[in-house]
Design a protein around this ligand. Structure first.
Ligand SMILES: [Mn+2]
Length: 429
């Protein structure tokens, strides 16, 4: 009997809303009433709503909705468009759908068409021929883009570290800057020398574009590179250095490792070819004058030094160090303030190795326990509001096929870039 009763109720619900007392006689109707009838409302609730509307505390939602007739599927009585009418297709694009660019930004051919104006360009560097430990970061650019699919609307309750922060009030994607995704630089996996040179030429081509926003003091496009193992930063830095006046850049280096190892210790003891890799690129960057000595800093450092000399050699390369434990002692905001003190008003290049994060959060080329949390990193980055950020990258994003936590890794890397975009845009608005 109970079963029959339930069946009957179901039948009434499906076949005849009017039998259920469809809400057409109500003084005020809501969208919910219109679609679902009595499913949520009681007489008391209806009375409460009527009072609220009469007191001006609540809008009469059906009237509000009726004012906007742009959504053709809104009414309860469905009105389908003509069979050949596709005008709604551009309005309904779910975030998980479509060809994937970073944060749904427009795709642009940036390498050969250097006449277009760009303020900020995202570009991938799919490369892992320079790793000493796990490969997989050649899939990083794709992983970051997959992880960025929720992004594109940048006004959040946590951007910026205080209510009076300028960052708190901006949407980096909606402030009028021309931000595009240039796709990936074609990099051969078979010869690292050729591959890195391809990256340099790709970065250089993007840097040739003039900026679109004429009020800015940046005359040339700023680049955010998606790595790729950390070796790629040497090429990014070279191109940024050449573009921004051939003066050394304050390098803010988030990483578990120092990456200034003497090539004779890492790789160079095998062959000269092997001496440029993801553990030595900052040695070379320093040697070539790209690094502003004394105004550059490692953040999140914790991995072992390989030799007794490594620490001394690192200082010679011009870096100060804020270790992972210093974040506990100084607090995240304190770390951000210290970085700002170190870089001052110099042009900054920020390179972010994903292994800055603790092992529980990500997959990366050389994982180290005891790292930073996502919230610590996002707070530190936002504290850098106002720095003169001319370029940045996120590297060692390891998202090979079938990796068990590839989605989280890409999501977190994308979130870091979202913060970096905020830092790049906030000085322009
Ligand atoms: Mn690194």
């Amino acid at each position: 009997m109970k079963y029959i009763l339930q069946t009957c109720v179901l039948c009434v619900c499906v076949c005849g809303q009017e039998v259920l007392g469809y809400a057409s006689n109500r003084q005020h109707q809501s969208f919910l009433d219109d679609i679902f009838g009595d499913i949520a409302i009681s007489d008391q609730a209806e009375e409460y709503r009527n009072q609220q509307i009469e007191m001006g505390e609540l809008a009469d939602t059906m009237q509000t909705l009726d004012r906007d007739s742009s959504l053709m599927f809104r009414t309860n009585k469905l009105h389908f468009p003509d069979d050949d009418d596709l005008s709604d297709f551009s309005k309904y694009v779910p975030l998980y759908s479509g060809i994937v660019t970073f944060a749904h930004l427009p795709q642009e051919e940036c390498f050969t068409n250097t006449d277009s104006t760009l303020d900020i360009a995202i570009v991938g560097a799919p490369f892992d021929s320079g790793v000493s430990y796990s490969p997989g970061t050649r899939f990083g650019p794709n992983g970051v883009r997959q992880g960025s699919r929720r992004l594109g609307y940048g006004l959040t309750p946590i951007r910026g570290n205080s209510a009076d922060s300028k960052l708190r009030h901006i949407d980096p994607y909606g402030e009028g800057l021309r931000i595009v995704d240039c796709g990936d630089v074609p990099m051969t996996p078979f010869d690292a020398r050729i591959s890195l040179n391809q990256l340099y030429r790709g970065e250089r081509a993007i840097h040739k574009h003039d900026t679109a926003l004429k009020s800015t003091h940046y005359k040339k496009t700023r680049v955010i590179t998606l790595g790729g193992d950390h070796t790629i930063t040497l090429m990014n830095l070279r191109s940024a250095f050449e573009t921004y006046g051939n003066e050394s850049l304050a390098v803010v280096h988030f990483d578990a490792h120092i990456d200034t190892w003497d090539p004779e210790v890492v790789g160079g003891n095998v062959s000269k070819y092997a001496s440029i890799n993801h553990g030595t690129f900052l040695h070379y960057a320093s040697e070539l004058g790209y690094v502003s000595k004394g105004h550059s800093v490692h953040v999140g450092t914790r991995a072992p030094y390989i030799t007794l000399e490594s620490k001394h050699h690192d200082k010679e390369c011009g870096f100060k160090t804020i270790t992972s434990k210093d974040v506990d002692i100084l607090t995240s905001r304190g770390v951000g303030r210290k970085i700002k003190e170190i870089v001052g008003d110099r042009k900054v290049y920020l390179t972010f190795d994903l292994d800055t994060f603790d092992i529980g959060y990500i997959n990366s080329g050389t994982l180290e326990a005891g790292g930073l949390t996502p919230r610590e990193v996002l707070t530190i980055l936002d504290e850098l509001e106002g720095i003169d950020l001319v370029g940045c990258d996120i590297v060692e994003v390891s998202t090979p096929p079938n990796s068990y936590d590839g989605d989280n890794t890409g999501l977190l890397a994308a979130q870091v870039i979202d913060s970096l975009l905020g830092l790049m845009v906030v000085t322009e608005v």
